[in-house]
Ligand binder design. Structure first.
Ligand code: NAG
Ligand code: NAG
Ligand code: NAG
Ligand code: NAG
Ligand code: NAG
Ligand code: NAG
Ligand code: NAG
Ligand code: NAG
Ligand code: NAG
Length: 416
């Protein structure tokens, strides 16, 4: 329900890292079971389980060349023991009776481990599972934990939406392409200790209001989106090659002490308790840089090394002090609007000296502070104006693009 808000149906973005997975899926799904002690699959390469007897047929099959589907009408506990590898998918959709899926020896699922709308599933116990191409768990309202005793160490994609999980223990990746965790109301802790790189995107939104996130070894990520989060620890993060967006979080401070580069947009919108943004090593923002609707943010001085902004710089709010002492080049427009008194003199000079090249607006003591493209709304008493406003609307479009792009990619990768 609520999560659909974030899945913008912009399917234009091609599947990034999953392209390789679907290629290999095509090659393996056409063959049928290879080992003689494996049950045969249907013409689509699928072996269907409807009861425990069907699952028992996999007892002596070490590797099934094909996919396994647990039929929707299957009830109770299904133990898929003996089998070690499924080259294709392990799936179950729309089941109202399945309460447990367990497996003692399954280590590898070559393609998708896709469980969707299984209302009473409360036990997912996979003692040996360590490698899955894509985990896609959607609508598992009674699942409170992933009992993956060995821990899944390899996956290119992980998507967890609408579950009752309270932690992601069992997901122990060191790298991932796409990682989306959305609408899990009980999820109050995410610590993927070994995660070092995210090559496509990381999207965490609308989980428990008190969600605390730790990625203590994360070095590099492409696009990152954080929504509705209460604390975030990303101290090792060095590079974000795509966009970094923080929306509607409740953390008081954002700190990325080792982050040097954001390749695309950098956005802080609607973080009601945010008082401090500190990215002291950041030198370069490749796209637009937006700060908007952070009501408690009064001082913006955590960007002591920021030199280049490839798009527009667009700050609006109630801040009293903004300091960007290292600024050398703002390629897009510049919009700075505050309802508090604001000293624009350094930015006026930056504009004069062509450090700021595009449309320039800098004004304080406004009745309303607007984003780029909006005309500053003065108080009736009037205010000092050093603006030359016109269309900085490019910047808003760019910010919207960043958001749509990220969610569009999510949709394209997982909504099959
Ligand atoms: C495996 O799952 C993927 C993604 O849902 C799907 O595209 C593919 O057709 C499935 N393969 C089989 C054999 O069902
Ligand atoms: C599950 O049920 C929904 C509607 O209840 C349907 O749209 C969807 O196609 C079903 N999924 C599968 C894989 O059967
Ligand atoms: C998350 O934030 C959005 C605004 O970005 C808000 O509409 C939504 O209600 C919040 N969801 C939760 C679960 O807090
Ligand atoms: C930050 O970078 C420095 C220099 O590369 C490194 O020594 C330090 O361990 C990093 N900090 C974290 C928390 O990873
Ligand atoms: C971060 O980007 C810089 C510049 O592109 C590069 O030199 C450095 O190796 C990158 N660091 C990581 C951890 O990817
Ligand atoms: C903001 O946070 C940084 C790093 O945590 C700290 O060094 C700095 O003093 C803080 N600034 C303000 C104004 O609180
Ligand atoms: C800021 O908040 C106002 C009022 O809720 C909303 O209309 C506007 O779209 C928000 N702007 C941004 C950039 O989040
Ligand atoms: C904020 O700016 C005012 C003048 O514009 C200055 O007096 C004050 O020292 C500044 N405060 C900080 C924390 O930079
Ligand atoms: C990151 O998001 C942008 C849209 O802002 C999109 O164009 C790009 O393909 C994404 N990059 C990756 C690696 O997902």
């Amino acid at each position: 329900m609520a999560f659909t808000k974030y899945i913008v149906p912009a399917l234009a973005f091609a599947t990034v890292a999953f392209a390789q997975s679907s290629t290999s899926s095509a090659s393996s799904s056409s063959t049928s079971s290879s080992s003689s002690s494996c049950p045969s699959t249907d013409s689509s390469g699928i072996y269907t389980i409807q009861n425990q007897g069907d699952a028992d047929q996999l007892q002596d099959c070490s590797k099934l060349d094909g996919s396994v589907t647990i039929a929707a009408n299957t009830a109770g506990n299904i133990a898929i023991n003996g089998i070690q590898e499924i080259t294709g998918n392990l799936t179950c959709y729309n089941s109202t009776g399945l309460t447990a899926i367990t497996s003692d020896q399954l280590t590898t699922i070559g393609q998708y481990f896709h469980l969707e709308e299984i209302t009473v599933l409360s036990n997912l116990q996979m003692n040996s599972l360590s490698s899955v191409n894509v985990i896609n768990f959607v609508g598992l309202p009674n699942l409170q934990s992933l009992n993956f005793d060995t821990g899944v160490q390899e996956a290119t994609g992980v998507r967890i939406v609408n579950t009752q999980l309270n932690s992601l223990a069992g997901i122990e990746l060191s790298s991932v392409s796409a990682f989306e965790v959305t609408n899990n109301d009980y999820l109050s802790e995410i610590n993927v200790n070994n995660l070092a790189s995210v090559s496509s995107y990381l999207t965490l939104s609308a989980n428990a209001a008190d969600l605390e996130i730790e990625f203590p070894n994360l070095l590099t990520a492409a696009n990152m989106t954080f929504r509705n989060i209460s604390s975030l620890a990303i101290d090792s993060l060095a590079n974000v090659t795509g966009a970094l967006g923080c929306y509607s979080n409740t953390f008081k401070s954002f700190s990325a002490p080792n982050l040097t580069l954001v390749g695309n947009a950098l956005v802080f919108d609607d973080n009601s308790d945010l008082t401090n943004i500190s990215i002291p090593m950041l030198t370069n923002v490749g796209g637009g840089y937006q700060i908007a609707n952070n009501t408690d943010l009064k001082i913006i001085d955590g960007f002591t090394k920021l030199q280049t902004v490839g798009g527009a710089l667009d700050f609006s709010g109630a801040f009293t002090n903004v300091s960007l002492p290292a600024l050398k080049d703002v390629k897009g427009g510049f919009n700075m609007q505050s309802t508090s008194t604001l000293d624009c003199s350094t930015f006026d000079s930056d504009h004069t000296s062509k450090i700021i090249k595009g449309t320039y607006v800098c004004e304080g003591t406004l009745a309303k502070a607007g984003t780029a493209g909006s005309t500053p709304t003065s108080t009736s008493s009037g205010s000092s104006s050093s603006s030359s406003s016109k269309s900085g609307a490019v910047s808003q479009a760019e910010m919207n693009m960043a958001a749509v792009g990220i969610f569009g990619a999510v949709a394209a990768l997982f909504m099959i």
